[in-house]
Each structure stands twice: as structure tokens, then as C-alpha cells.
Design a protein around this ligand. Structure first.
Ligand SMILES: Cc1cc2nc3c(=O)[nH]c(=O)nc-3n(C[C@H](O)[C@H](O)[C@H](O)COP(=O)(O)O)c2cc1C
Length: 154
């Protein structure tokens, strides 16, 4: 399968996850991994599956990721969406905890847009947790990501 992994990242946590695909995917697939700032339309040539990853910022994906989803012909591709965010169990402020729980994360936000536009989601959207506002990733999250991704048996 021809796969494009496209992601945004401020502090490197979402990027670490995106790059981990390389270590876990079988060689019969062809994978391009691009930070959204380096993405060019020609990267879509021959692509069948797009893996999209974003940090959760104010309960949704970053602006560049939202713009990317607006301009791309979503229904032409299969999709997987993941994000990074803060685990509500690790938030001390009660109000913030409630907000994070109720307003949600970037991956379900992206999945909603993708499904609404006729894109096929191959996995349920998933969040991988960071410690504090800037990370690092909670221990074990790269493994959890690889298990989640490998459940596709690509
Ligand atoms: C301005 C700002 C807003 C954020 N908003 C949220 C949020 O709404 N929910 C959440 O779980 N984490 C939030 N975070 C934490 C980010 O999700 C965290 O910085 C991100 O997972 C790190 O990924 P990156 O290293 O790839 O940038 C926020 C962080 C910043 C700096």
C-alpha cells in the first residue's frame, strides 16, 4: 500500500509517533512521512492511505492541519487519524480536567470531518498522551501506537 503520513508538531511528540511508523510497518508498503509544513501536492501521487497526526490544541487539530483537511479531496483516500494530548487523569485543575474530557481531542475532530466528507477510516481515532503541556510522551505510548497501527496488518 502507498501510505502518506502527514503530521504537525510543535514540541516533537507527535513527530516521534509519526516517525515510529517506519519501524513497525512491513516492507511491502511504501511510506512517505511529511511534516505538514513540508507537504506538497505532489506527495499525494499514488497515495491510497493517509495517516494524519496532530497535537491537540484548544481541543482540536492545529490550524494547518485543519486547512489541509479543507483543501484535500478526502473521499479519494483511506484514513487513519491520531493525536497527542494530555491525559485528564494527570491534570490537577478540576475545570481543565472537565474541559479536556468534554471538549475532546484532535483525532476524533479530524475523524468527524473525514467521515462527513466520505473518507473511509480504517481505525477508530486514537490519542497518545504527553506529560504536561510540552511532553515528553508518557512511557509506553510509542509501543501503544505501534500496536494500534499494526492491528491493521498492512
Ligand atoms: C496552546 C496549547 C493548547 C493546548 N491545548 C490542549 C488541549 O486542548 N487538550 C489537550 O489534551 N492538550 C492540549 N495541549 C497540550 C498539547 O496537546 C501538547 O503540547 C501536544 O500533545 C504536544 O505535541 P507536539 O510535541 O507534537 O507539539 C495544549 C498545548 C498548548 C501549548
Amino acid at each position: 500500500m502507498n501510505i502518506l503520513v502527514v503530521y504537525d508538531s510543535y514540541f516533537g511528540n507527535t513527530e516521534r509517533i509519526a516517525l515510529a511508523i517506519k519501524d513497525s510497518i512491513s516492507e511491502k508498503n511504501h511510506v512517505i512521512i511529511k511534516k505538514i509544513s513540508n507537504f506538497a501536492d505532489k506527495d499525494l501521487a499514488g497515495i491510497e492511505l493517509i495517516v494524519i497526526g496532530s497535537p491537540t490544541r484548544a481541543f482540536r487539530p492545529t490550524e494547518v492541519i485543519r486547512k489541509f483537511l479543507k483543501k484535500i479531496d478526502i473521499k479519494k483516500y483511506k484514513w487513519i487519524a491520531f493525536d497527542t494530548g494530555v491525559n485528564p487523569d494527570l491534570i490537577n485543575s478540576k475545570i481543565l480536567k472537565l474541559m479536556v474530557k468534554n471538549f475532546g481531542y484532535a483525532a476524533p475532530y479530524m475523524a468527524k470531518i473525514i467521515k462527513k466528507s466520505g473518507g473511509k477510516m480504517l481505525l477508530e481515532p486514537e490519542t497518545f498522551f504527553v506529560i504536561g503541556n510540552e511532553g515528553p510522551l508518557v512511557k509506553g505510548e510509542i509501543d501503544r501506537f505501534q500496536k494500534w497501527f499494526n492491528s491493521l496488518n498492512l
